[in-house]
Design a binder for this molecule. Structure first.
Ligand code: BGC
Length: 923
């Protein structure tokens, strides 16, 4: 049996996964008890939650294994724990199968405290195991714990430009200090706005890029924490930081100020806490003894327009001791950003993978076009050799024009242009610091000599998180669309989920992720990122309850709406269902309620929700050049969409209310939902044709999926959907961002997985396969993304995925959590549409790995299933009878860990516990 421990999160939700310079991993791995091996996850440093939640994973091949008891031990020092002295908390032996989110209930922790912990578990087979040691540390919990002041330079310089395409050079800060004694430990706490790079004695601290994650800095400012013990020494040391603009000094200073929020010039607050071996401590803080220059190599850095780096302006040794900074300026005290100081509980972005270009082709004198073979988000790392002062320009685009030039029109006014000026000292390697681009093609201009593939690398940047899902089928279209979804999703994680990574937008639009977040969670461990996003949404809420369409509200879109802001509730529900994250519900309940009350009081008329802004956004339009359809037959009534959506949100709130013990609220939501349902059916259901509204697929599907349709007419409503798709649309999709969110599951749940399969595998317009057929390597913003106006035509948006990824995992693979159990219980019922011969899939849940690999032929169905320790699954196998099902060649019912339950709809239903199984049945 193997045990992995990790801190799951906290009231603040999420944990800080800063890279540590010293890690206990080695030590922990050395602890072996009873065949137990431990694997450490990154240690969380500097969290700001007093009662963090602790989780562990038990791995073992044993069948039917469950935890029967646990004991958590927490100590202030690792040695103490090794000696069995839990001076912070000893939970005692608890008879419980709980292994997720156990709340720390020991001594109250203070700022900077460290906690080392392990867990002992007992299992139902009578064995006991102990984990290795993991740790967390507390951040600076109170504003007064921060010493020193915010420093910066609140002005632009003569080379800067604050116009529509703002340019501002990066600011370099340095501070030398004398550590007079021997250092025992040292931690840095940094808030560097908009983005920082941190160096100590010339060494880069951490492997994060574009840090910290963006927030509305007037509401919340994230700090990062690093253990830097190993980088310091007694005597003189030097801290260096570089501040880039990020979303702080925003990209468009003087452009539409009513819409685009700006925060000011870059600034920072830093504390370096030193503990000496004699027990004394010292804090190095930001103050006006720091020196600063804005005249370094990064001449401009702007998320939309690119970065310019002049290597002739490099300042060798600037971040090391002894550099002559007499020409640098004195750092100035500046105003604090305004937001609360918050520990960053979601990991930063990192270079998560690299791509080699597939080709570089000559276009015209001095100009080459490089193809990365994949639409990606990140930057290019380049090697170049040439004369001092030579300028190499890299420009980025998603597609090419017919003549081979970059197609830049869909970037709108983003200049997407990096510039590197050589210093002329042998081979120079460069990548930018404070920008990223969304691109497949790169125009290389001014490169000395002939650029070669070996000299370039695409560095793919997104939030550090595990890829938890894998999915492959016998269908090539599904596989390629899955691959496109994978690239699209990761490319749009930028410390928040953005709509697109390339044009002058890159905004965290709520509506795009309402169901998307759920599908994405099968591929990426996105729980912390989305928990952080809920905080962003909460911070964006107005005092009266209004929630914008974009949060953080870098673009101010406060017009009120139901569908986009409803994502607040939908994402909290996703975190509950997939991750068991009750704290997010608790933390946001009052704000969600406030929004519900606000919307009800303001926009409910005769029990209908009347406020809608975007309709069923981006349905396939009537002509291939159009962005939005003007054909009323394709559009769905906004009141219908808003009312059905609000109904579903009320149902979710009813559940949340019972979780937070607000029984009265729960019944109020219930009553209100019932009233909405009655009014909705009165208004929109035609009692003779059983059509809702104007009979679009979306109009019928919303009430059907949300269970608003009277039982006796459900089948007839569904008939309308079938007919619309099969007859009128000849088996094609006709939904936009709203309807697509329940299309695949809605069809499947109503017995027509064949139609869902047809839609999923089409290769003609409109379909996901049509995107593939036309060369897409990500998902388009528009169904007609190859022909529509470039005004709003990103090649890398994820909103049209709807519930496709959920359908891949839950329906095709059959990997599904039972209602809100976060995979403690699973319902595994793979759908076998005609034409699909195998699915090979896995998902790494909080409990461990779930596997579903099935194949079928005319005669038989074979299914390899794996279920983690401490979980159970109800599995459903197509078979004539229970007896007809075999497991590892023997009758399944007699097999260890397998219990026959019943026959249902031509399937044998069993319950299984942990372990690996090989089922076969005759079809
Ligand atoms: C964005 C979408 C967004 C929509 C809503 C577009 O510009 O790219 O992702 O949801 O606007 O209006």
């Amino acid at each position: 049996m193997q045990l992995k421990v990790y801190e799951s999160l906290t009231l603040k939700v999420g944990l800080c996964l800063m890279l540590m310079l010293t890690s206990l991993a080695g030590r922990a791995a050395g602890i072996q008890l009873q065949n137990l091996r431990c694997e450490m996850l990154t240690d969380p440093l500097g969290i700001d939650v007093l009662n963090p939640r602790l989780s562990w994973e038990i791995t073992s091949p044993a069948r039917g294994l469950k935890q029967s008891a646990y004991r958590i031990l927490v100590a202030s020092q690792a040695d103490k724990l090794e000696e069995g002295k839990a001076d912070l908390w000893d939970s005692g032996k608890k008879n419980s199968d709980e292994s997720q989110h156990v709340v720390y209930s020991g001594k109250q922790l203070k700022s900077k405290d460290k906690a080392y912990w392990k867990v002992i578990v007992w299992t139902n087979d009578g064995s006991t195991s102990s984990s290795g040691i993991s740790r967390w540390s507390m951040g600076l919990l109170n504003p007064v714990d921060w010493r020193g002041r915010w420093i910066g330079l609140d002005r632009a310089f003569k080379w800067d430009d604050e116009g529509q395409w703002s340019r501002l050079s990066a600011r370099y800060f340095r501070k030398e200090f004398d550590a007079k004694k021997t250092i025992k430990s040292a931690s840095v706490y940094i808030m560097g706005m908009g983005m920082y790079e941190l160096y100590i004695n010339g060494a880069a601290i951490g492997n994060q890029v574009l840090a910290p994650v963006p927030t509305d800095y007037t509401k919340g400012v994230k700090y990062n924490v690093f253990d830097v013990t190993d980088c310091l020494k007694s005597g003189l040391n030097t801290i260096g930081t570089v501040l880039g603009n990020g979303r702080f000094y925003t990209m468009r200073q003087s452009y539409k100020p009513y819409k685009i929020k700006t925060f000011g010039y870059p600034k920072m607050l830093l504390n370096l806490e030193l503990t000496y071996t004699d027990g004394t401590t010292e804090t190095i803080t930001t103050d006006d003894t720091w020196k600063v220059t804005a005249d370094g190599p990064i001449r401009s850095n702007n998320e939309y327009d690119g970065e310019e780096y002049d290597a002739t302006k490099e300042m060798p040794g600037w971040n090391r001791t002894g550099f002559d900074d007499t020409k640098w300026l004195k750092a100035e005290y500046v105003q604090e950003p305004g937001g609360m100081y918050e520990a960053q509980m979601t990991p930063n972005m990192r270079i998560m993978s690299t791509l080699k270009p597939v080709s570089i082709k000559y276009l015209k004198p001095g100009v080459y076009i490089m193809d990365m073979g994949q639409n990606m988000a990140g930057w290019i790392k380049m090697r170049v050799k040439g004369k001092r002062g030579t300028a190499v320009s890299l420009r980025f685009a998603e597609t090419l024009q017919k003549d081979g030039e970059l197609f830049l029109e869909n970037m709108r006014d983003a200049k997407v242009n990096d510039l590197y000026i050589l210093k002329g000292e042998g081979v120079e390697t460069w990548q930018p610091s404070f920008v990223y681009h969304g691109f497949r093609y790169v125009e290389i201009k001014g490169y000395p000599g002939t650029p070669k593939v070996e000299d370039f690398e695409g560095e793919v940047i997104y939030d550090e998180m595990k890829t938890v899902g894998s999915f492959e089928t016998s269908d090539r279209t599904i596989n390629q669309v899955y691959n496109n979804a994978y690239w699209g999703i990761l490319g749009n994680y930028k410390g928040m989920p953005v709509d697109c990574p390339q044009r002058n937008e890159r905004q965290p639009w709520l509506g795009d992720r309402k169901t998307g977040a759920y599908g994405e969670s099968f591929i990426f461990n996105n729980g912390r990122l989305y928990a952080k996003w809920l905080d962003d949404i909460q911070q964006a809420q107005k005092a009266d309850g209004s929630i914008p369409d974009v949060a953080p509200a870098f673009w101010r879109y406060y017009g009120d709406n139901t569908t986009w802001p409803g994502t607040y509730i939908a994402v909290a529900d996703m975190l509950l269902h997939q991750y068991g994250d009750v704290r997010s519900v608790e933390r946001h309940y009052e704000s969600m309620k406030k929004w519900i009350v606000y919307m009800s009081e303001r926009y409910m008329e005769k029990d209908l929700m009347t406020k809608d802004k975007y309709g069923d956004w981006c349905v396939p339009p009537e002509s291939k050049e159009m962005i939005h359809s003007r054909d009323p037959k394709r559009q769905t009534d906004g009141v219908l969409i808003a009312t059905a959506t609000f109904y579903d949100l009320l149902r979710k709130m009813e559940n949340f209310a019972s979780i937070v013990n607000q029984a009265e609220d729960a019944s109020r939501y219930k009553v209100l939902a019932e009233r909405l349902k009655v009014a909705f059916n009165d208004k929109f259901l035609d009692k003779t044709t059983f059509q809702y509204g104007n009979n679009t697929v979306t109009a019928n599907l919303l009430p059907l999926y949300y269970d608003m349709v009277p039982a006796d007419v459900k089948a007839k409503v569904f008939n309308n959907i079938e007919e619309k798709i099969l007859v009128e649309n000849k088996g094609h999709i006709s939904t936009g961002v709203i309807g697509t969110q329940m299309l695949m599951r809605g069809l499947t749940e109503n017995g027509r997985s064949d139609i869902a399969f047809k839609i999923a595998t089409n290769r003609d317009y409109p379909s996901w396969g049509y995107m593939v057929e036309n060369g897409a390597t990500t998902i388009w913003e528009l169904w007609n993304g190859n022909t529509a106006s470039p005004k709003m035509n990103s090649q890398n948006h994820v909103m049209l995925l709807g519930d496709l990824v959920v359908w891949y995992y839950e329906n095709l693979a059959g990997i599904k959590s039972a209602d809100r159990s976060a995979f403690k219980q699973m319902v595994m019922k793979p759908t076998l549409p005609e034409g699909l011969n195998y699915v090979k899939s896995s998902y790494y849940s909080a409990y461990g790995r779930v596997v579903s690999n099935w194949t079928r032929n005319a005669k038989s169905f074979n299914w390899d299933v794996e279920v983690p320790v401490n979980t159970t699954a109800v599995i459903s196998i197509p078979a004539k009878s229970g007896k007809d099902v075999k497991e590892s060649g023997k009758s399944a019912s007699g097999s260890k860990g397998v219990k026959f339950i019943k026959m249902e709809d031509g399937r044998a239903v069993f319950e299984i516990g942990s372990g690996q199984y090989k089922f076969t049945s005759n079809l």
